[in-house]
Design a protein around this ligand. Structure first.
Ligand code: NAD
Length: 354
């Protein structure tokens, strides 16, 4: 298991250090794990003048999987756009052809009160959001700001999806649904957008190859509403890049803390980049208070999706559950007045539970 480790910025190094402890423990148990570190984001800019240094992309390409912390920081906000930390992230996703972004939204019984919704709405919630990651309006050309003949300035972007892009992500969606409750809801805006009409046509076509999966379609505005009205109606949600960006953040709040949410971004061969859903949290960086569980749970996803080791994935997830059952909480998930532990202590607790 050759793993490229990219801590990045802000809390990135602190939380990745805890996930690395978990990997070290698994290695001591006999797994053949190799870890090699490189810079990305602001750390890449500081080290090599580039948010994705060539050496980092080469290491990622030569590895089976990538573990990433987070990128971004106030000190980089004034850099020219190509040098900003987020560009490192966009470029590594593109460079590794990571088109399928998996974001589970799972409510742990111990944390049901941390959700912004009533416990009965979210208790037992287990949704998987599959967001297409390399197409759509985020990458479509042309884009820019132009001046019209009448002198008025105009901003514009292009939403587009090619058939093959929809095809491959739809297959991933149906395959995930087959391993879960066999329900897939494709989210689009087919009542207004031609791109969405086309999306719906292709997804419906791919569905014929998975007769065991119940396919439904939903407009994105309704999906946004249903996610807070009755989120347990969903199993797998399949959607495009921009809708998935928004819906997956919305779904993350159902679970209480963004500090609990892992993610995976996969290519066609299940090579993957694994990272927490949250950002670099510069407001709490260096204080040993960030929650490392999203990053540790990203390692569990890595074992499941890239290395096909469901047994190890479950072992890590069970260890996380045990630490929660013991009442251990970082500040973001602690109830008012209850005791809190730091980032490193939480990492140690998970290792002990492993
Ligand atoms: P953020 O996710 O970094 O932080 C949002 C809030 O959640 C903050 O109050 C933060 O303290 C808290 N938080 C985040 N992760 C936490 C954790 N593990 N434990 C406890 N609390 C946690 O989002 P933001 O503040 O909008 O962005 C900060 C920087 O991160 C920006 O530079 C942004 O561009 C970048 N960012 C990066 C990624 C990524 O690397 N994938 C994603 C989103 C934002």
């Amino acid at each position: 298991m050759k793993i490229a480790v990219l801590p990045g910025d802000g809390i990135g190094p602190e939380i990745v250090a805890q996930a690395a402890k978990v990997l070290e423990t698994l290695r001591r148990d006999g797994l053949k794990i190799e870890m090699e570190y490189a810079h990305i984001g602001g750390a890449g800019y500081d080290a090599a003048g580039d948010p994705l240094p060539d050496a980092t992309l080469e290491l990622a390409q030569a590895s089976d999987a990538v573990l990433l912390g987070a990128v971004g920081g106030y000190q980089y906000d004034t850099l020219a756009r190509p040098l900003r930390p987020e560009q490192g992230l966009l470029r590594i996703r593109k460079g590794l052809s990571l088109f399928a972004n998996l974001r589970p939204a799972l409510v742990y019984p111990e944390l049901v009160n941390a959700s912004s919704l009533k416990p009965e709405l979210v208790s037992g919630l287990d949704i998987m959001i599959l967001r297409e990651l390399t197409g759509d309006i985020y990458f479509g050309q042309p884009r820019g700001i132009r001046t019209l003949d009448n002198g008025e300035r105009q901003g514009f972007d292009t939403m587009l999806y090619s058939e093959s892009e929809i095809h491959r992500v739809a297959h991933v969606g149906f395959q995930i649904a087959m391993k879960r409750n066999k329900k897939l809801c494709s989210v689009d805006k087919a009542n207004v957008l031609d791109t969405s009409m086309f999306w719906r046509e292709i997804v419906t076509d791919v569905a014929k190859e998975y007769p065991a999966v119940a396919l439904s379609h939903m407009y994105v505005d309704n999906a946004a509403m249903q996610l807070v009205r009755a989120p347990k109606q969903f199993d797998v949600i399949l959607t495009g890049n921009i809708f998935g960006d928004i819906l997956s953040d919305e779904a993350s709040m159902l679970t209480g803390s963004i500090g609990m949410l892992p993610s995976a971004s996969l290519d066609a061969n299940n090579k993957g980049l694994y990272e927490p859903c949250h950002g670099s949290a510069p407001d709490i960086a260096g204080k040993d208070i960030a929650n490392p569980l999203a990053t540790i749970l990203s390692v569990a996803m890595m074992m499941r999706y890239t290395f096909a080791r469901e047994d190890i994935a479950q072992r890590i997830e069970t260890a996380v559950r045990k630490t929660l059952q013991q009442g251990l909480r970082t500040a973001d998930i602690a109830e008012a007045g209850k005791q809190k532990i730091g980032t490193a202590a939480m990492g140690d607790a998970v290792v002990a539970a492993l």
